[in-house]
Design a protein around this ligand. Structure first.
Ligand SMILES: [Zn+2]
Length: 459
């Protein structure tokens, strides 16, 4: 039924009349514009805060960089910033068996020694409504960055360096949102629980966020600050990571052996078939062969080969696995991957006798707050975030699913919270050799986040 504009207007007017909230509405509008004008004057503040964060290297220890820094120094800085804004802070370690506790297939042999989450609690009024903020401190490796990855150089509204779009901008936007919200404190009755987490990147599988969920940090709502600016997501894809190893038999390059490289290319063909099949199903759900390692020199027949593959899958596929009794995960997708490799290898005498070894490094589940029956009230959060976004960006937004996996999944699936993502990264800049961001992305997102809190955490 399409309502006429006039009818909608009447209904709207009637709603206001019945609730008699004219005074409250006026105060909302006023606090909203107080926030917006605070942000208008905060562009240098945003850039310098983000620059400070970029200048502290926090490369994930599993990035593959020769000398990764880890997250610790960044966590000290962020905790200081939180305390300056009136928070009480604590360190929250990641238990060694975090994946087992969470029932998540995560990477093995991972250490979280000296890699602790920081949790800041910001009280507004009596703290009635609890709202989680979440952003990750770790970045991917920086050794391939063109130029100094930790310069935090500012040129006009542009800012450069590893983490500028993923996810130090998220930490900055969360801090800025809180700083702005302090100016409208009397309108709020909420507690913001800000999680600065470790180990999101580099196969991290969200260990830091998972630890927060397992520690019982629970919000009525959660806002994840990771992702690109200018969008809101209320769901994400799942991801499974496979490592495939092939053995050959080494030999003299002129005399021969069995080349693991040639065998690896046969396996790659099977993966190509798998990829095509999935592209036909949904071209937005990616398969990425990210590593192919083989051989040492042209005078040696390669003895072994290795491939690493990321496979995204969607909510429906996780549901199908669940219905088949395999858990809400990518079990059926993984089975198809293995099936195609086995079938292809059957035609090769060497590979049928020496089948490739497939190790599933991780399989982390998708989420959708609108489709998940355990999540309530999803609609209230989506409405508040959409309204908040509109106030900050001056345009409407379609709430969508993130075409990748992110930590928000754990907050929804394990923490059982309604969660939306409001990132501030420059679209397309994350994980690149020239990662950069714009101050405006951080400011607008921080404003949108603050406006959303104003709606959710009203006194
Ligand atoms: Zn990220």
């Amino acid at each position: 039924v399409v309502k006429t504009e006039e009818f909608q207007r009447e209904e709207f007017a009637a709603g206001i009349w019945n609730l008699e909230p004219e005074a409250i509405l006026m105060s909302d509008i006023n606090s909203g514009s107080v926030l917006s004008s605070w942000f208008e004057g905060a562009s240098q503040r945003a850039l310098s805060l983000l620059s400070e964060l970029i200048r502290i290297p926090t490369v994930n220890p599993y990035s593959g960089d020769p000398d990764p820094s880890g997250e610790a120094a960044g966590q000290v800085f962020v905790a200081e910033q939180m305390r300056k804004l009136g928070a009480s802070t604590e360190s929250l370690p990641v238990p060694a068996d975090v994946y087992k506790q969470g029932g998540i297939h995560g990477p093995r042999e991972r250490s979280w020694q000296k890699r602790e989450n920081v949790v800041g609690r910001f009280q507004f009024g009596s703290g009635r409504t609890r709202i989680i903020f979440n952003a990750h401190m770790d970045t991917i490796g920086a050794s391939d960055y063109q130029g100094d990855p930790f310069s935090g150089k500012i040129e006009g509204d542009l800012i450069y360096g590893r983490g500028s779009s993923d996810c130090k901008c998220g930490l900055a936007s969360g801090l800025l949102a809180i700083e702005a919200l302090r100016t409208v404190e009397s309108d709020l009755d909420c507690q913001i629980i800000f999680q600065s987490v470790v180990d999101e990147e580099c196969n991290g599988a969200g260990a830091g966020t998972l630890a927060c969920c397992l520690a019982g940090l629970k919000g009525d709502y959660a806002i994840v600050l990771d992702g690109s600016a200018g969008m809101i997501y209320a769901g994400c894809l799942g991801i499974a990571t496979a490592e495939v190893s092939v053995t050959g038999r080494s030999g003299h390059g002129s005399i021969g052996g069995v080349s693991a490289l040639e065998k690896l290319l046969i396996v790659k063909k099977a993966i190509d078939i798998f990829t095509e099949e999935r592209r036909g199903r949904d071209p937005e759900v990616a398969v990425n062969v990210g590593v192919l390692n083989c051989g040492i020199a042209p005078w040696v027949v390669p003895n072994s080969g290795f491939m690493a593959v990321n496979i995204n899958y969607d909510f429906n596929e996780a549901l199908a696995s669940q219905k088949a009794g395999l858990g809400f995960c990518g079990a059926e997708v993984r089975a198809r991957f293995e099936e195609l490799i086995t079938a292809t290898c059957a035609d090769d005498p060497w590979l049928s006798k020496n089948p490739p070894k497939i190790v599933w490094v991780k399989d982390v589940q998708p989420f959708s707050i609108e489709r998940d029956p355990q999540i309530d009230p999803a609609a209230k959060l989506i409405d508040a975030a959409s309204d908040g976004f509109r106030s900050a960006w001056g345009r409407d937004v379609t709430v969508s699913d993130l075409p990748a996996w992110c930590d928000a999944s754990h907050l929804c699936r394990i923490g059982k919270m309604p969660v939306v993502g409001m990132g501030s990264g420059q679209p397309g800049a994350s994980h690149t050799a020239t990662e950069y961001n714009c101050g405006m992305n951080v400011l607008q997102t921080a404003n949108a986040v603050a406006q959303t809190v104003l709606r959710l955490g009203k006194a």
